[in-house]
Write a protein that binds this ligand. Sequence first.
Ligand SMILES: Cc1cc2nc3c(=O)[nH]c(=O)nc-3n(C[C@H](O)[C@H](O)[C@H](O)COP(=O)(O)O)c2cc1C
Length: 325
Amino acid sequence: MRTRITELFNIEHPIIQGGMHFVGFAELAAAVSNAGGLGIITGLTQRTPELLANEIRRCREMTDKPFGVNLTFLPIVTAPDYPGYIRAIVDGGVRIVETAGNNPQKWLPGLHEAGVKVIHKCTSVRHSLKAEAIGCDAVSVDGFECGGHPGEDDIPNFILLPRAAEELKIPFVASGGMADGRSLVAALALGADGINMGTRFMATKEAPVHDNVKQAIVAASELDTRLVMRPLRNTERVLRNAAVDRLLEKERVLGANLKFDDIMGEVAGVYPRIMREGDMDAGAWSCGMVAGLIHDVPSVRELIERIMREAEAIIRGRLAGFLAA
Ligand SMILES: Cc1cc2nc3c(=O)[nH]c(=O)nc-3n(C[C@H](O)[C@H](O)[C@H](O)COP(=O)(O)O)c2cc1C
């Protein structure tokens, strides 16, 4: 399958693995890239630029295919060493960066001069157009269904993707709720040039997370996610658990008076305990509604090949079959 995204990133299949905190290590990124998709290392999971440089080296030892690095621009006062991370990316020979969070404009000239292509993750048409205007090469359009931060507009992909297609000139991938060949064909029909997946890639053999995380995703239905931190305008879609129930109760009781400090125990620094140790109630962790479509833990290659096989069968069989000869 050839699309503007496979051409832009020089990959075989139009499938991207989005950055995921404490999930997007070299093992997963390399597995996705080796299977013909685009794997992405999560930059900020590496505590320093030196550690990121090392992670990039590890990934390169595992794949000779293109892979990217995610840089999430957080809305916090003491920013991480972004210039250092960008140096690690450029010096490490990485040519694709997935940005997310705040506007990446400040960092684009440096990245582009080094020959790096930038795909920015956006949760609205407005932000996607901004990304196009400042010179991003592509966008990842993240619908309300997505695991992680869906923004505050709450527009699901059945509306958001065709709206993005109406307005954007640069290529975009559909993100949020993508799991299988049906997702890919639907995304293409709605105007996207590929898909970006988070939650689905967490439930794969190569995902370097505790088996409890994978089993929790397989066990979950589409009804089991919750939105937290909405009162702070930092909404995150997470899998419901004891910590999330506690957090939501605090939000209910404190209402507009809620401060980040009130919920630190449920959200700050909880990822290592969940992802590494499998302590599933340690805090709130991102998970998409798409958990309802995830019923197994295949290898990354099995997953990607299945998606491509299914997509082809749907296009050639089911869809073509609707048309009169
Ligand atoms: C556990 C987890 C951690 C995530 N961490 C990040 C992150 O650090 N930066 C980022 O840009 N997106 C992050 N995301 C969002 C994903 O890159 C992707 O946009 C999202 O998962 C797509 O929705 P889906 O889960 O329905 O596939 C995370 C998602 C999950 C599930």
